[in-house]
Structures are given as structure tokens and as C-alpha cells.
Design a protein around this ligand. Structure first.
Ligand SMILES: NC(=O)c1ccc[n+]([C@@H]2O[C@H](COP(=O)([O-])OP(=O)(O)OC[C@H]3O[C@@H](n4cnc5c(N)ncnc54)[C@H](OP(=O)(O)O)[C@@H]3O)[C@@H](O)[C@H]2O)c1
Length: 271
């Protein structure tokens, strides 16, 4: 068991979770406990190599993190590898949601099981893990629990209702956990960022739609390009710093102004 701080990252094999795992090992010297189900084995192996090069440990736990049982088993494994009060950062980076509409009466109408699964993976599991970590006294003093979200809760995007509703629930869980865990010295925040190219996004869109997505974001984002997972990852250590200690129960806008121009683009498409 190491005496270094640990980051527990759900969804560490790919996209945002993998980028945060590497950043925490490389720039902050954290050991990492990652969870994934094994769909991105190549990326997981690459991450293991990259973290090994930093001299830090990566423990990859291959299991479902989106259920109460998964959280309990995962927390038991964290206890075995890292020990009590070792987890300084917990990041929930699971992307596993169903697309569909509510009452279309067509093939894409969401089944209640799809809605339930989406909520378990993308919202409820944040609470299951918080409960399992607290019950085993795994959180270090001043630990940060971080959820990830997107700007979809502020508007409407075709067939993303289950994911968006789960994100709205996640936001409320974050606030309540912040209040409940505050007296113990822990902080709970939600980091909101705009679209970054990850397997989750590539899964949702066709190649043509992806090209359209990219060009639209170039127009939308004031900086004229899409955000990257590395940029999101580099911001996470900032949130752990003393200067950011007053962020609690907060939804932190890291969208780079992504939605500011939506109306402008509709009303003045040629400008
Ligand atoms: N990509 C974006 O544009 C964007 C923007 C804003 C916010 N976010 C948020 O950032 C988070 C990560 O998204 P991403 O795009 O980085 O996703 P991603 O690249 O698809 O990675 C998702 C990760 O979660 C794991 N995973 C999914 N369900 C799991 C489960 N039940 N148990 C264990 N592991 C599971 C996946 O591995 P396995 O499939 O092998 O389990 C993978 O490691 C999500 O909360 C997403 O909403 C993303």
C-alpha cells in the first residue's frame, strides 16, 4: 500500500476519464484506481504503459461501476489496494446512456429499462460510489468528488432526453452530497464542459454527422475550435488546489462559451 494520494476514476479506459487519470499521475503524482468494463482494452493497456512511465501505479478494475453492487465491490478493491483515507480525488466519468425519444411510438421510443440503465450509470452510481467510499472511510481529508456534465441540460437536443435527464439528476446529487460531506471536509462539484471528441461522441454520431459537429463547434466556440480532453484533464488538478477550495456544490462552467452564439447563429447564419 502506498502513502501517495489516490485518484479513483470511473470510466478510466477511455476519453475524459483516461485523460484525467494520466494527468493526475503525471502532474500530481497520484496513484490511480480506474474502473471500466473492458470495451476499450487497447486504450486501457496504453494508459497502463503511460502511467507506468510516470512511476505511479495504475490499478485497473474491470467491472460494472454503474450499479450499487458494482460500487460496493469496487470500493472493497480500493480498500485492498489503497487503504483507508487514501482517495483524494474521485471522478465519475461513465458514459453509458440510451438515445431515443419519449413518446415517438416508433423504434426509437425509450423503453423504461433503457431509462433506468441510463440513470444508474450516469447519475445514481455517483451516489452509490459516494456511499461505498464513505462507508469504508476511504476518502482522504479534503477529498474532491467530481461529476462531469455538458451544456445539454440548458437546451434541447434531439433524442438525448434520457442522458440529459440523468445529468440533471446528477447535478442535484452533487449539491446534496456537497452539503452532507462538507462537515467532513470533502467537496463535491460538477464540471461542465462542451463537446470533446471521445468514443462516446463517436458512438452517437455517423462520420458525416461528426464532420458537421466539428464545423458547427468551430462556429459556436468563440475560440474557433473544439475543446480537447487534455484541456479538461489539465483543469482537474486546479480544482484540487487550495485556491479552488471554496468551490463546493458548484456546477463549474468550463464550456468556453460554447452556447453563447446559438441564437446568433440561427438568426444571422451568414455572419
Ligand atoms: N465527450 C463529450 O463531449 C463530453 C462533454 C461533456 C461531458 N462529458 C461527460 O464526460 C464523461 C465521460 O464521457 P467520455 O465522452 O469521455 O466517454 P467515453 O470516452 O465513452 O468513456 C466512457 C468510459 O466509461 C466506461 N464505462 C461506461 N459505462 C461503464 C460502466 N457501467 N461501468 C464501468 N465503466 C463504464 C467506458 O469503458 P467500458 O465501456 O469498457 O466500460 C469508458 O472507460 C461522461 O459523464 C460524459 O457525459 C463528455
Amino acid at each position: 500500500m502506498s502513502t501517495r494520494p489516490w485518484a479513483v476514476i470511473l470510466g478510466a479506459s477511455s476519453g475524459t476519464g483516461a485523460a484525467i487519470a494520466l494527468e493526475m499521475a503525471r502532474s500530481r503524482g497520484f496513484d490511480v484506481f480506474g474502473v471500466h468494463r473492458g470495451r476499450y482494452l487497447e486504450q486501457a493497456a496504453r494508459l497502463e504503459q503511460e502511467i507506468a512511465q510516470t512511476g505511479r501505479r495504475l490499478v485497473m478494475h474491470q467491472a460494472d461501476a454503474g450499479s450499487p453492487e458494482g460500487a460496493v465491490k469496487g470500493a472493497e478493491a480500493v480498500l485492498a489496494h489503497a487503504g483507508p483515507r487514501s482517495v483524494k480525488l474521485f471522478v465519475h466519468s461513465l458514459a453509458s446512456g440510451s438515445l431515443g425519444r419519449l413518446v415517438s411510438g416508433e423504434q426509437d421510443q425509450l423503453h423504461h429499462r433503457q431509462i433506468e440503465r441510463t440513470f444508474h450509470a450516469m447519475a445514481h452510481s455517483f451516489v452509490y460510489w459516494a456511499q461505498a467510499l464513505v462507508a469504508r472511510d476511504l476518502l482522504a481529508p479534503e477529498a474532491l468528488l467530481l461529476g462531469l456534465t455538458n451544456p445539454l441540460t440548458e437546451s434541447h437536443l434531439y433524442n438525448t432526453v434520457a442522458i440529459t435527464a440523468a445529468k440533471a439528476a446528477l447535478e442535484i446529487y452533487v449539491r446534496h452530497l456537497a452539503v452532507e460531506l462538507g462537515p467532513r471536509g470533502h467537496r463535491v462539484n460538477l464540471l461542465k464542459f462542451g463537446t470533446v471528441m471521445t468514443p462516446a461522441v463517436q458512438h452517437v454520431y455517423s462520420p458525416e454527422a461528426l464532420a458537421h459537429l466539428e464545423s458547427t463547434h468551430q462556429k459556436m466556440n468563440p475560440v474557433g475550435r473544439m475543446c480537447t480532453v487534455e484541456e479538461v484533464a489539465r483543469f482537474v488538478p486546479v480544482l484540487l488546489g487550495e485556491e479552488a477550495a471554496w468551490f463546493n456544490g458548484a456546477t463549474i462552467d468550463f464550456t468556453g462559451g460554447m452556447t453563447l452564439r446559438l441564437l446568433d447563429l440561427l438568426l444571422n447564419p451568414r455572419r
